[in-house]
Write a protein that binds this ligand. Structure first.
Ligand code: FES
Ligand code: FES
Length: 163
């Protein structure tokens, strides 16, 4: 089986890994780098539980070969909070607005919403629903997820205005 050394910068740390051509990014993150926040729900690109940020785009890491990500920067849920542990506004929003129940979809939801709010800082509810339409949640009915993202959007806008 062909193997290749790849370099990934994940949450600001650079890693070199020897991977098979067929290895998926979600497996490199979870099994080699021990970053188990991104979940595996379907491995067929339907559920979005494996969503990570790859060079400024949301991707389902079960649909990306690790060799395709060679040289890229990846942000996972482990890289969303501040380095001192302060929660990101999205994490706070999901907690305050009860945007999760079992939590299985939550890392993917938050990482997806992180990019969505960079693309659309003041989204409508419909834009949030469209923006997270690739991420499935079996528990919440989405209502509180939308509220959580709106909470974060509002908080981030206030923060940006103050800077
Ligand atoms: S595990 Fe990747 S989309 Fe479901
Ligand atoms: S909180 Fe359970 S799947 Fe979303």
């Amino acid at each position: 089986m062909a193997k290749k050394v790849i370099t990934l910068t994940v949450n600001g740390e650079t890693h070199e890994q020897l991977v098979e051509d067929r290895e998926l990014l979600i497996h490199t993150l979870r099994e080699r780098l021990n970053l188990t926040g991104a979940h595996i729900g379907c491995e067929t690109s339907h559920c979005g539980a494996c969503t990570v940020d790859l060079d400024g785009r949301s991707v389902k890491s079960c649909t990306v070969f690790s060799v395709q990500a060679d040289g890229s920067s990846v942000t996972t849920i482990e890289g969303i909070a501040a380095s001192d542990g302060t929660l990101h506004a999205l994490q706070e929003g999901f907690r305050i607005e009860h945007g999760l129940q079992c939590g299985y979809c939550t890392p993917g939801m938050i990482v997806r919403a992180y990019r969505l709010l960079k693309e659309i800082p003041d989204p409508t509810d419909d834009e949030i629903r469209w923006g997270i339409s690739g991420n499935l949640c079996r528990c919440t009915g989405y209502q509180n997820i939308v509220k959580a993202v709106q909470y974060a959007a509002s908080k981030l806008r206030v923060k940006e205005a103050a800077e």
